[in-house]
Design a protein around this ligand. Structure first.
Ligand SMILES: NC(=O)C1=CN([C@@H]2O[C@H](COP(=O)(O)OP(=O)(O)OC[C@H]3O[C@@H](n4cnc5c(N)ncnc54)[C@H](OP(=O)(O)O)[C@@H]3O)[C@@H](O)[C@H]2O)C=CC1
Ligand SMILES: O=C1O[C@H](COP(=O)(O)O)[C@@H](O)[C@H](O)[C@H]1O
Length: 488
């Protein structure tokens, strides 16, 4: 891994699409603005529609203006962008792409370094990787990296097939599988909070923690992505990747070094220890939901004509058990869904009460210590303690110690893409998912989806704008817990 400012050509497959417009162009711009990439870079955008360089550059500028205030250096910035009309299924056009890259490499001092970013539907990932190999595009004079968007497969078998196709053309250390949650500031902070604070790491186990809750709720529905989402559902869309990655970071052992290999190896051990879902007990451990209409908000089935009879889940809550020495018996409750009450991602670590609490005499009065990691919209940490209520007498009351990080955005997705793109440019794979992590996550998710497949769900079962079905509350109540609020 190099820490300089290496130069590269970034080739974006799917450059006229939504992800490029909303996340990739603004992120590249921020890298440019923040001095993380210099003047020696070029971006080649590929897609079928017959745009010119000028039309492409105008779209790039518009997308940046939509995501930030009016900027003055956009003409200079967008002059680094080139468009190449290209159908990825037409194998003869890869030669032209190679010629374009060689021309640009004569113009910009990019040392032959190439990043191929696949921002297209996943069915193309394998064949593009192979065409890049067969047509010699990955054999430039510098390094070559392949960035792959989600979803990485639909289940374990399809993920394996995709992986084999890609690995046929690229080595594992050239493949950067994006999980944008791993670029979020406070997700990256989980390791620092755990491993740089003496007060937490000693307590970070089943003797002192009673349960951990991870919520990632969204107010939005499926918007323009109904076709993809209905085939995916909340479990594949959010649990297989983002939620399980957060579980792994919270539960892993301290790595012996902060290298990508050591961190990954500890995360993989957690994912291997996830208890697979027993079909007989699926309802004891998991709840699925789909939002229905409420007041003026449409239900999922009314969002598009194709969805009228959909049984796709837009909500999942679950009790994930990690069968290892540190975590035996501690539930990791996860919860995610669309059209919920708030947009919020939050982790609550609930500590056990002390053996004899002299201040809180009964269960209902208890205020356990909580460590809250606020991922979005606000970024920060809150620690709930108990302290003496000021004044006469000796009464305890909960107090909170808070740290707020002045994040760049409310919703830190563009910043996450910016960080991950930069990591890719400098060759740091720490915050990308290795195949082993993907495979174990799918194994767990497949066990859940297989168990659910046996029964047709009774949907819709939660009103849009709520926190999900009532059964998600029962899941914790029967263990003697409840969901902590997701707003401060
Ligand atoms: N949008 C989002 O918020 C997120 C997206 N992703 C992932 O990113 C990827 C892209 O998603 P998104 O941008 O939303 O998708 P879009 O449907 O908006 O864009 C697809 C892109 O692919 C191009 N394309 C389609 N077929 C071909 C072809 N045969 N040859 C060349 N280009 C083609 C389209 O352009 P044209 O029609 O001009 O050819 C377009 O640029 C997907 O894997 C998605 O799962 C991941 C997280 C979030
Ligand atoms: O990957 C995805 O994530 C978004 C939520 O990301 P966030 O950064 O806004 O929390 C989700 O809306 C989308 O369905 C999913 O594909």
């Amino acid at each position: 891994m190099s820490t300089d400012k290496p130069n590269a050509i970034i080739v974006i497959f799917g450059a006229t699409g939504d992800l490029s417009k909303r996340k990739l162009f603004p992120s590249i711009y921020r890298l440019y603005k923040n001095g993380k990439i210099g003047e020696e870079f070029a971006v080649v955008g590929l897609a079928r529609r017959p745009w010119t360089n000028d039309v492409f550059r105008e779209n790039v500028r518009n997308s940046i203006e939509q995501s930030s205030s009016k900027e003055e250096d956009l003409e200079d910035f967008s002059s680094h962008f080139y468009y190449h009309s290209f159908d990825v299924t037409d194998t003869s056009s890869y030669d032209d792409l190679n010629n374009l890259l060689e021309d640009l490499e004569g113009h910009y001092q990019t040392d032959g370094n190439r990043i191929f970013y696949l921002a297209m539907a996943p069915e193309y990932f394998g064949s593009i990787a192979n065409q890049l190999e067969e047509n010699g595009l990955k054999n430039g004079k510098g390094w070559t990296r392949l960035v792959i968007e989600k979803p990485f497969g639909h289940d374990l078998d399809s993920a394996k097939e995709l992986n084999n196709q890609i690995r046929h053309a690229f080595d594992e250390d050239q493949i950067y599988r994006i999980d944008h949650y791993l670029g979020k500031e406070m997700v990256q902070n989980i390791e620092v909070i755990r491993f740089a604070n003496g007060i937490f790491e000693h307590l970070w186990n089943n003797r002192f923690i009673s349960n951990i809750q991870i919520t990632s709720s969204e107010k939005l529905g499926v918007e323009e992505r109904a076709r993809y989402y209905d085939h995916s559902g909340a479990t594949r869309d959010m649990v297989q990747n983002h939620m399980l990655q957060m579980v792994a970071l919270l539960a892993m052992e301290p790595p012996i070094k902060l290298t990508p290999e050591e961190i990954r190896s500890e995360k993989v051990k957690v994912l291997r220890a996830l208890r697979l879902v027993d079909p007989e007990k699926v309802n004891e451990f998991f709840v699925r939901g789909q939002y229905g209409s409420s007041n003026s908000i449409k239900g999922y089935r009314e969002e598009a004509t194709d969805l009228a009879n959909s049984t796709t889940e837009t909500f999942v809550a679950g009790k994930v058990m990690i069968d290892n020495y540190r975590w035996a018996g501690v539930p990791f409750y996860i919860r995610t869904g669309k059209k919920m009450k708030e947009k919020s991602t939050k982790i609550v670590v609930e500590f056990n009460d002390i053996p004899m609490n002299l201040y809180y005499k009964n269960e209902t009065e208890k205020h356990p210590n909580l460590l809250i990691i606020n991922i979005q919209p606000n970024e920060g940490i809150t620690l709930y303690l108990n302290a003496k209520k000021a004044g006469i007498g000796s009464i305890a009351e909960p107090i909170k110690l808070s740290y707020t990080n002045n994040g760049v955005d409310d919703i830190n997705t563009p910043e996450a893409y910016e960080k991950l793109l930069y990591d890719c440019i400098i060759g740091d794979t720490t915050n990308f998912t290795h195949w082993d992590e993907v495979a174990h996550s799918w194994e767990f998710v497949d066990s859940l989806l297989d168990a659910w497949a046996a029964v047709t769900p009774d949907f819709p079962n939660y009103p849009a704008g709520s926190m999900g079905p009532e059964a998600a509350n029962d899941l914790l109540e029967k263990d003697g817990f409840h969901w902590w609020p997701i707003t401060d």
